[in-house]
Design a protein around this ligand. Structure first.
Ligand code: MTE
Ligand code: HPA
Ligand code: MOS
Length: 810
């Protein structure tokens, strides 16, 4: 890792961290799409994560660490053993008779809706009559211990009448089984342009899904409250959605259900909608028995029950000229949706709106088909379809370069969208959004230079010529990622800020903490707004009874939305204190400043806690709510056009790998990343997000392989068979730099969202492997360093898949 001095090298120059500077910086939201030249926002500071000490000491409280109430019971779920079947008979007598079992609950026992689907109501909490995948929950066992509940859950005797099951997307597509209508976007005349293009190529390939593998599995702890309500501790990215689904399942109003989450041990999208089944199951049991019920899944059940990143199958045709300029791109994507719709619609929409990545495509035609397979219902996963859309065009560009025998990095650069000074036509996306701040050409150039790309390409060529078995490869890939929920009304947030009379500050907002450092960034925004040290600000658990009607912490927009809302709340209190002081001391409002734990006017200096005490005694309100909704965005879901994103985040990575062409093994040798987080609020946290996302992206595309057998059973449902990156998969050399690029939009402190975009950079490792495979075999040196070859490599590029691709050439 780089030193502290390197860490801040690319970060915007320091300015006053006073509240007045941030106030002026954010007063400039303009409706125009032009670049805003307002003063720099305050510089970020690399304070530790707000829970760092607790994390490393093992003292951070996750849901299973909450002291249990007397009388707590434990639940487990009984799962389907068939992919698609009618249940002809269900005999749970052995489950009920198991010593220590308190209750067994089936669909008919649910007082309200047996439903936990986020958009379309096709997700039963418990299968009722028909099962749709192996692993689908059919009943809940409640017992005196977790061990008893789990053992008893395996004692069911169920008779099934098998129905036709579509396990693969190919089967589902052949049967025209889909969870939502197909989606389609086109601009220009793709068919005609393909026909006229001097060169064409087409390809089919597939990219597998990915299990979230959050360290803390799904868990809910439901406490019955007086008068038939529920207080639910739930590991979720979406407390409000959990509240709604629990209230529907119990047939009680929303105001009877409170959902709380202090932190998750990782979510990665897997707890956006899919925490609901467990939230509902625990609540149903607690409500029925009037006792606290905890439902904590073991890893195997978690992987068997929950949906994952959507695997995609692609077919594309691309037309291009002698210089590798793309003239037409026609893409067909099939998503493995699983048995229900879940979030497949917005995932497909994000895939479509990212299938341009950083490239201008005049004539393009993009289709997405969400195939209904009898497998877990796939869901949000870091990037939310964006990475899957992007890899298609990256594959096409890589293949164009190979067909022309040209350097892929050059072909990429030749196709980038126009910079801000260029004709708007060449910076308009296929869905109609004009890109106002495209920094990709200079960012990409910077990373090629700082990673010494050209020299390393030459060294790799030399190495490969003298190394018959081990082959190296390198690739540079860009990411342009749209920031905002692609459902416009989700782009809102609320917050509460309280200043207590000792001057300490408590902030509560609608976002959830899953390790990403959201609370740390929001504490910073509040501290700077009030001109106090961050140690005086504390974030508390997300709670639906404090800030209601929240959106999921997702789409990387947690800080953008909740940070603005919290800043708004803090600003209102500051303005009240300012007005009080101005009147009392007879000074002008403009002469009052909040900085360094001190409030200064033309007349006097006050320690922050002192002025708070005085304001309290003068009966000034020292707490406030705050609200934010993202400006400018609009989206027509029926035509897939509009300006769905407030802005774009940019990045690029260079990865170098070495493969063994006899065993298929791969080692990541070096990764260099330059990523745009705008004006970073906390550079250390942002770097952590970039590193983690990159490695998670590499895991997705190289080692994490989901396999279902012919009966539709997921056979990779534990770390023994499903390989996430481990510490020795970390690249030997790893350089992460932040690109100096204050957000042109009025985002919180001019920062940019960081959670998801850098996952896409893991793609550079995949294309580096493809590059290395192109060099396999003894005759590769004659073939323009392997570039003329088109290795047929599906993702994940496991050793087996690498070997398969190598065998084409050897
Ligand atoms: N980082 C950690 N450590 N753990 C997580 O679960 N989830 C990612 C990303 N980074 C995640 C993470 C996903 S999928 C998203 S959408 C964002 O964090 C959500 O948080 P944010 O909007 O506050 O960035
Ligand atoms: N990301 C995550 N969750 C979502 C989105 C998105 O873009 N749109 C709707 N739900
Ligand atoms: Mo992230 S996939 O939007 O939770």
């Amino acid at each position: 890792m780089s030193s502290q001095t390197e860490q801040t090298k690319h970060v915007t120059s320091p300015t006053s961290a006073s509240a007045s500077a941030s106030a002026s910086a954010s007063a400039s939201a303009s409706a125009s799409a032009s670049i805003d030249k307002s003063a720099p926002a305050p510089k970020g500071i690399s304070t530790p994560h707000e829970s760092a000490t607790l994390h490393v000491a093992g003292e951070a409280t996750y849901i299973d660490d909450i002291p249990e109430l007397a009388g707590t019971l434990y639940a487990a779920l009984g799962l389907s053993e068939r992919a698609h079947a009618d249940i002809s008979n269900i005999d749970l007598s052995e489950v009920e008779a198991f010593p220590g079992v308190v209750a067994v609950i089936q669909a008919a026992d649910i007082p309200g809706d047996n439903q936990c689907g986020p958009i379309i109501k096709d997700d039963p909490i418990l299968a009722d009559g028909t099962v749709q995948y192996v692993g689908q929950p059919i009943f809940i066992v409640v017992a005196d211990s977790i061990d008893i509940a789990r053992k008893a859950s395996r004692k069911a005797n169920i008779d099934y009448q098998d129905l036709t099951a579509n396990i693969t997307t190919a089967d589902a597509r052949a049967a025209d089984e889909k969870v939502i209508p197909p989606m389609h976007l086109s601009r220009g005349e793709a068919a005609q342009a393909l026909e006229n293009a001097p060169h064409r190529l087409s390809a089919s390939f597939s990219v597998g899904g990915q299990d979230h593998f959050y360290l803390e599995g799904q868990i809910s702890y439901a406490l019955p409250t007086e008068d038939g309500g529920i207080y639910l501790h739930c590991s979720t990215q979406h407390p409000t959605e959990m509240q709604h689904l629990v209230s529907h399942a119990l047939n009680i109003p929303d105001n009877q259900v409170t959902v709380e989450i202090r932190r998750m041990g990782g979510g990665f999208g897997g707890k956006e909608s899919q925490s609901a089944l467990f939230a509902c199951a625990a609540s149903i049991a607690a409500h029925k028995l009037n006792r606290p019920v905890k439902l904590r899944l073991d890893r195997d059940d978690d992987m068997m029950i929950t949906g994952k990143r959507h695997g995609f199958d692609y077919h594309y045709e691309v037309g291009f000229d002698d210089y590798g300029k793309l003239l037409a791109f026609k893409l067909d994507m099939t998503l493995q949706a699983g048995f229900s719709a879940d979030l497949s619609g917005p995932v497909a929409a994000r895939a479509i709106t990212h299938s341009d990545n950083a490239y201008y495509l005049e004539h393009t035609d993009i289709a997405a088909y969400c195939a209904r397979t009898n497998t877990q219902s796939n869901t949000a996963f870091r990037g939310f379809g964006g990475p899957q859309g992007i890899i298609a065009i990256e594959h096409a560009i890589d293949s164009v370069a190979r067909q022309l025998g040209r350097e892929p990095a050059d072909i990429r650069a030749a196709n980038f969208y126009g910079t801000p000074d260029s004709d708007p036509t060449i910076r308009t996306t296929p869905y109609g959004q004009v890109i106002v701040d495209n920094v990709m050409p200079s960012l990409f150039d910077d990373i090629l230079k700082s990673s010494d790309y050209a020299a390393r390409r030459a060294a790799i060529r030399e190495f490969n010529q003298s190394s018959p078995v081990l082959k190296r490869g390198i690739a540079a890939t860009p990411v342009k990622f749209g920031i905002s929920f692609n459902v416009p009304h989700f782009n809102q947030a609320g917050a509460l800020v309280h200043i207590y009379t000792d001057g300490s500050v408590l902030v509560n907002h609608g976002g959830t903490e899953m390790g990403q450092g959201l609370h740390s960034k929001i504490e910073r925004a509040v501290a700077d707004e009030l001109g106090i040290h961050i140690k005086h600000v504390r974030s508390t658990a997300t709670n639906t009874s404090k800030v209601p009607n929240t959106s999921a912490t997702a789409a990387s927009s947690g800080t953008d939305l909740n940070g603005k809302a919290a800043q708004d709340a803090a600003r209102q209190i500051r303005q009240k204190i300012t007005a009080f002081l101005a009147e009392r001391d007879g000074v002008t409002v403009d002469s009052i400043h909040f900085a360094d734990d001190t409030v200064t006017s033309s007349e006097a200096n006050y320690r922050f806690p002192d002025i708070i005490r005085q304001a309290y005694e003068a009966r000034v309100q020292l707490w406030s709510d705050g609200f934010y909704s993202t400006p400018k965005i609009h989206w027509d879901a029926s035509t897939l056009t509009g300006s769905p994103f407030y802005y774009f985040a940019y990045g690029a990575a260079v990865s170098e790998v070495i493969i063994d062409t006899l065993t298929g093994e791969m080692k990541l040798l070096q990764a260099d990343i330059l990523h745009d987080v705008g004006n970073s609020i906390n550079p250390a946290i942002d770097r952590g997000q970039i590193e983690g996302a990159y490695i998670q992206g590499v895991g997705w595309l190289t080692s994490e392989e989901l396999c279902w057998n012919e009966q539709g059973k997921l056979t990779t449902h534990a770390p023994s068979t499903y390989k996430i990156p481990a510490v020795n998969d970390y690249p030997t050399k790893f350089h992460v730099e932040l690109f100096n690029n204050q957000n042109v939009e009025d985002s919180i402190r001019r920062s940019k969202a960081v959670g998801e975009p850098p996952l896409v950079l893991g793609m550079s490792a995949f294309f580096a492997i493809r590059d290395a495979i192109g060099n396999a075999g003894s005759d590769a040196a004659d073939k323009t360093e392997g570039l003329a070859r088109q290795p047929e490599l599906n993702a994940p590029a496991t050793p087996e898949n690498i070997l398969r691709a190598v065998w084409e050439f050897t």
